[in-house]
Design a protein around this ligand. Structure first.
Ligand SMILES: Cc1cc2nc3c(=O)[nH]c(=O)nc-3n(C[C@H](O)[C@H](O)[C@H](O)COP(=O)(O)OP(=O)(O)OC[C@H]3O[C@@H](n4cnc5c(N)ncnc54)[C@H](O)[C@@H]3O)c2cc1C
Length: 505
């Protein structure tokens, strides 16, 4: 039996962040990763010589003072090689193609062109989005432990309260839909379709169900900075892993944790090969979805409720298409003219208006120029899908083919030049995400917010008072690489009992 200060299960963004911060503080940390890759949903993989992005592609928070910029600074890492995107992405909607600009003036000019009747109201709404930048800074600087569980955690929030934050309090009981109505905007308009597409992409739901503060923060993130990272987000995962091992941390690949159990001195984790590891602190980056499976029959009574609550929560899975392109297929040929200033590797395709923005009717297309080792660049297409039907094995192959055909048809309709350049097309389903990332039933991207107050329903990363933690996109602050990583930072600070890095008062 081997004993550590901290065991971290899973090398996704949450696990890697927590592990590298704790190792940098002198903790003896072991990081067990089930697969042979780093980064989980934001990792990569190779097939047929091509290098693909498994899921996440859009980099956020790398601007000066942004979340990842702070994390890199705290860990003493050099900034990754990245391209700051003036044009965040292009959105191919049913009737129009919208360029989403980071710069406020340029974005307002685009709104005047695209949504002429509503441009003034949209500008007012985006003033509020921009103001929410202070909420984002508050979250990334202060890292409040939320939602508070018990009196001590409520009390711990008090020193963080800032009178300026009080202006946002009324929005705690509103949705983004409520905010749109305040500005005389509707979800059922071309602008509403655009906005819902952005919200689906970042917070997994549309305006009428999205808590206002969550939605505004998600929308402001892009306007603070959107980035294409050389080598994709896996390059960030590799940098975190390097700093972890340089600080004395130990990574074991292909080492899934199969069960966990509370012991008198802390926690025991048992690997697939039957190895027993013990530590005072156990950090799971395996998602809330599989907490019940890991605890098996040993569910301590106070965790029962949590496991039961988890089973009631809805989450999406993803259907993905991984496309290997011919070597000479550059971005400009496929997606129309762009220059260094307006270049963006990201496109969002929205099929028919009035239909749900999921199941292939809305998807993100991300370009990865994988470098000299890959036969050519690659595309990753991803759409939200309900996980359950994919587990009916009888219809599985037809369903997979139907989704592939639907998405390719829409992609070729909006970007005809892509058709001639495809060399390889590989589908990924919820079954794939279950198998390769250990995400139960293939659930990815965190929970689907269910209304104004659903922020308070978020799971807190402290699972019990006794050294069991969850980090990643199924606990506060939720989805995306930024949210998942931030949860890892928050847990590391709670474990160490102190703050790391820059912290402004
Ligand atoms: C298709 C798709 C597109 C996305 N696009 C974006 C985007 O553009 N930008 C963005 O910021 N976010 C995006 N996201 C969301 C983002 O990728 C995730 O929210 C985030 O990466 C999740 O990180 P995590 O810490 O929860 O860990 P995960 O990514 O879930 O990784 C968990 C890791 O734990 C390992 N593991 C699981 N079980 C065990 C076990 N029992 N023992 C040991 N190891 C285990 C897994 O192998 C995996 O490596 C996207 C997600 C998907 C699915």
């Amino acid at each position: 039996m081997e004993t550590y200060d901290v065991i971290v299960a899973g090398a996704g963004f949450g696990g890697l962040t927590c592990a590298s911060l704790l190792a940098s503080q002198g903790y003896r940390v072991i990081l067990c990763e089930a697969s042979g890759e780093l980064g989980g949903s934001a990792g990569g993989f190779q097939r047929e010589g091509y290098q693909f992005a498994a899921g996440a592609t859009v980099g956020m928070g790398f601007e000066p003072g942004g979340y990842f910029n702070r994390l890199y600074g705290t860990l003493g890492l050099e900034s990754p090689n990245l391209h700051s995107l003036e044009r965040i992405m292009q959105i191919a909607m049913p009737e129009q193609t919208v360029d989403y600009w980071r710069n406020r003036k340029r974005w307002h000019a685009e709104c005047e062109r695209q949504f002429p009747g509503e441009a003034r109201q949209i500008a007012d709404f985006y003033d509020e989005v921009e103001a929410a930048g202070e909420l984002l800074r508050y979250m990334t600087e202060r890292r409040p432990f939320f939602p508070p569980a018990g009196l001590r955690e409520w009390a711990s929030l008090v020193p963080h309260l800032n009178p300026r934050m009080l202006r946002w309090a009324p929005l705690l009981t509103q949705t983004v839909g409520d905010r749109l109505r305040k500005y005389g905007l509707s979800e059922h308009s071309p602008f509403g379709t655009f906005l819902n597409g952005q919200l689906m992409d970042s917070v997994q739901t549309t305006a009428s169900r999205c808590p206002a503060l969550l939605g505004l923060i998600a929308l402001t993130v892009f306007h603070q900075g959107a980035f294409a990272i050389q080598g994709g987000l896996p390059a960030v995962a590799e940098a975190l892993a390097e700093t972890f091992t340089a600080a004395g941390g130990e990574i074991r690949y292909r080492t899934p944790i199969r069960s966990i159990e509370r012991q008198s001195e802390g926690w025991q984790a048992v690997t697939k090969r039957g190895e027993q590891l013990t530590a005072k602190q156990l950090v799971l980056n395996t998602s809330m979805h599989s907490l019940g499976d890991l605890l098996g029959e040993h569910v301590p009574s106070r965790l029962h409720k949590l496991v039961e609550a988890e089973r009631q929560r809805a989450a999406w899975s993803a259907f993905t298409l991984y496309i290997g392109l011919q070597p000479d297929s550059d971005m400009c040929k496929l997606f129309g003219p762009s220059d260094a200033e307006t270049w963006t590797p990201f496109r969002q395709v929205i099929g028919a208006s009035g239909l749900p923005l999921s199941e292939g009717n809305q998807f993100l297309v991300s370009w990865l120029d994988a470098g000299p080792g890959s036969p050519g660049p690659t595309l990753t297409l991803s759409t939200h899908t309900v996980p359950e039907p994919w587990w009916d094995r009888t219809g599985y192959e037809q369903r997979k083919l139907a989704y592939q055909d639907k998405m390719l048809a829409l992609l070729y309709e909006r970007y005809p030049a892509v058709r001639e350049h495809c060399s390889v097309v590989l589908p990924g389903t919820p079954v794939t995400f279950h198998r390769y990332l250990g995400r139960r039933q293939g659930r990815v991207g965190g929970y689907i917010p269910q209304g104004a107050r659903s922020l308070f329903d978020a799971f807190n990363s402290r699972l019990g008072p006794d050294g069991l933690w969850m980090v990643g996109d199924t606990v506060f602050p939720g989805a995306g690489t930024l949210g998942a990583s931030l949860s890892g930072w928050m847990a590391a600070e709670r474990i160490a009992g102190k703050r790391f890095g820059y912290y402004s008062r």
